[in-house]
Ligand binder design. Sequence first.
Ligand code: NDP
Ligand code: X2W
Length: 342
Amino acid sequence: MKKIGIVGATGYTGVELLRLLAMHPGVEVSFVTSRSNAGTRVDAMFPNLRGHCDCLFSDPSDDAMADCDLVFFATPNGVAMKQVPQLLKAGVKVIDLAADFRIKDVDVWQEWYGMTHACPELLETAVYGLPEMFRDEVRGAQLVANPGCYPTAVTLGLLPLIESGKVDLENLIADTKSGISGAGRQPNLANIYSEAGESFKAYATSGHRHQPEIVQTLNAVAGTDVDLTFSPHLLPIIRGIHATLYTRDDQSLDLQSLYEERYKDERFVDILPAGSQPETRSVKGSNMCRIAMHRPGNGSRIIVLSVIDNVVKGAAGQAIQNMNLMLGFDEAEALRHPGMLP
Ligand SMILES: NC(=O)C1=CN([C@@H]2O[C@H](COP(=O)(O)OP(=O)(O)OC[C@H]3O[C@@H](n4cnc5c(N)ncnc54)[C@H](OP(=O)(O)O)[C@@H]3O)[C@@H](O)[C@H]2O)C=CC1
Ligand SMILES: CC(=O)N[C@@H](CCC(=O)OP(=O)(O)O)C(=O)O
């Protein structure tokens, strides 16, 4: 059994890691942290884990972390970078669910995240954990930067078009909506039910830190600079991301066969039949990304619809997909279950 640690196990992505790892036959979660609940039983705080997890929360400074084979950081941005160098030296593999190692250019990272990077020398060696693009690199990685939730939905939705070399890269648009759990579990007035329920709004319209993350990946695929308008919105649902993606081609692409061919071997990307409209509830609780393509009026406009569960394929599920690759398990271990309806 591989020994797994989770730093930040009282947050939404941390507790989702615990739920999913409870279904994994090859790992045991041996170390979980919470600064505010050290010494408390995990299943006393999260009764859904009764019978699945008998750990106590430890403090993140506990040396036992270095005894793990792999540690997940499910912590706010800027936490992992302070502990990762030491863990790597101790031979521990690390997956950061936050953004500390996602952006290769340290100046870009510091500008968007508003802090000084603690270990910029690791940015080049960290592997961006989108298995549908970097599977082989993830297999050999000691440090994986798990992608952001919006970047996962947008990048998987646009990838076949960018790889085709046939779409307008000057005017890509990603109109995205996220459920409220995307903002994490810490209290925030804007995210309480009576503020966010029965309402709908855009946010971070003049700039969101996921824009440079998506562009970094798309630029690498395109081999040139793409121009992406990225506009996030807060949806009054708990889980789910819906991305509506726009571009144009010269009408030569057969969208259905392009996407089906690109993702034919991918277990976590489902290309829906032509004309479909994927729903966030179809992926709720699962690691699946569902995608459908449209060409309104058979013209040059292309609209791609992409949905994920932000906590699963957008965070904990994708992190476990990466863990499976890094530790030599079947990539789908603990992730084979379907979504929940309703
Ligand atoms: N929610 C989502 O859908 C997604 C989240 N992410 C990213 O994943 C990370 C975790 O997100 P989420 O679970 O939503 O966050 P939460 O705010 O829900 O949880 C954060 C966790 O980190 C712990 N923590 C906070 N500060 C520190 C610290 N300085 N040192 C150690 N532990 C700390 C908290 O526990 P305690 O205070 O008790 O120690 C808590 O368990 C974030 O970086 C987020 O941006 C990525 C994709 C999607
Ligand atoms: C609804 C909502 O607030 N969503 C979050 C995205 C969470 C996430 O994935 O962001 P990281 O890059 O920090 O991992 C946001 O827009 O900030």
